[in-house]
Design a protein around this ligand. Sequence first.
Ligand code: MN
Length: 199
Amino acid sequence: MAYEQPALPYDPTALEPHISKSTIEFHYGKHHAAYVTNYNKAVEGTELDSKPIEEVIKEIANDPSKMAIFNNAAQAWNHTFYWNSIKPNGGGTPTGALAEKINADFGSFENFVAEFKQAGATQFGSGWAWLVLDNGTLKVTKTANAMNPLIAGQVPLLTMDVWEHAYYLDYQNRRPDYIDTFITKLVNWDFAAANLAAA
Ligand code: MN
């Protein structure tokens, strides 16, 4: 079935000064939109067209003949997940069950932050850093290009896009500054908590 690009959950200016309207216009309006368009074109009229995009991603992840479809499908899904992983006036610390789970599985919130920043900073080239639930345990992972944790049977709770298009207009080559801002000013802990509760 056609995958519709969800509306951005906030105004394009709402993340300023941390993420500019210009970045949103390119990232959401051009990059994400193109992945969605290309995915829909690729599956139209095929047997994949009847399936939810999450099913398509898992089904074709290891099929080299469907690499182009996979890349657009996963990028369409990853970006929707990313827009929900950040919000205006985000940051701070998680509360409730998520806070307890982070303390239990990472030792402390500070340990989680250090591990998440490290994952984002050390993803060579394009990719993503994730907080996932893996067989009942919270873990930080990183994936290259379009890959995502659904393929590994993990439940994504949160993601950070570290492709250059996510930060270059605002931070140029300073990926660590973007990562620090993501954690301190943008991350949407309510979204991660809801994903944990639903897992
Ligand atoms: Mn991106």
